[in-house]
Design a protein around this ligand. Structure first.
Ligand code: PLP
Length: 231
């Protein structure tokens, strides 16, 4: 079998990061937004500490991980070395992992059920730690994808804030892979605006510049920085 990936060297990763930063800032300026209004989340899932260090050395401090278990073993150590890390959970969260997630993450982007809201609310009070929450919206209403539907989102966001006292700061979406993401980005922005939520997490390696033009405040970029994931 032909291998179509390569392991990126530290130098390549650093160069990739520089170029993504430039594109983020140009995309923001193109729609008259300050470049500081967009946070670049480096999605480090599947990548080891050595690769991650290459971007830490470039001053990157905001990271995204998909799995609680993997993130805990990778970041418990790194967070000790770099106390100013801001770690985002961007993958589905099961209630049996809520304790670990609240202890480790600064932002949980995948709040998408009442069961999870209730569990997070309890656990945050117990630990006295209050990671910011983003509500994940399944803008394409895809059966296999997590998130509340756009028509459930209004009530869900209100319930999370009013009934569960969760610190809901934003919304997040992953548009269908094979469709134009622009209508999905616009829909997510409308939901954020309706609830006056400051954070809008949308855009990945292939479409982060478009997402920024549609109002993204957080873009989640993995492949364009770290190269293709092997696993
Ligand atoms: C893996 C992942 C990303 C990063 O995707 P790339 O295409 O590698 O940039 C962004 N968001 C979520 C939710 C992910 O799971």
């Amino acid at each position: 079998m032909k291998t179509s990936y390569h392991i990126s060297t530290s130098k390549q990763v650093a160069t990739n990061l520089q170029s993504v930063r430039v594109k983020v800032s140009q995309a923001a300026q193109a729609v008259n937004r300050a470049s500081g209004s967009v946070s670049l989340i480096a999605v480090s899932k599947t990548h080891g500490c050595d690769t991650v260090r290459a971007v830490l050395d470039e001053g990157q401090r905001i990271f995204g991980e998909s799995r609680v278990q993997e993130a805990t073993s990778k970041w418990s150590e790194l967070k000790g070395e770099y106390p100013d890390i801001e770690l985002h959970l961007i993958g589905p969260l099961q209630t049996n992992k809520v304790r670990k997630a609240v202890a480790l993450f600064n932002v949980i982007q995948t709040l998408d059920s009442l069961k999870l809201a209730e569990s997070l609310s309890k656990e945050m009070k117990q630990q006295g730690r209050f990671p910011k929450c983003f509500v994940q919206v399944n803008t394409g209403e895809e059966a296999q994808k997590a998130g509340v539907t756009p028509w459930e989102a209004n009530r869900f966001i209100d319930t999370c804030i009013e009934d569960f006292q969760l610190p809901v700061f934003g919304v997040m979406c992953i548009p269908p892979a094979d469709l134009d993401p622009a209508p999905h980005f616009n829909l997510l922005r409308e939901i954020a605006e309706r609830h006056q939520l400051p954070a809008i997490s949308m855009g990945m390696s292939r479409d982060y510049e478009l997402a920024i033009s549609c109002g993204a405040t957080h873009v989640r970029v993995g492949t364009a920085i770290f190269g293709h994931r092997v696993v």
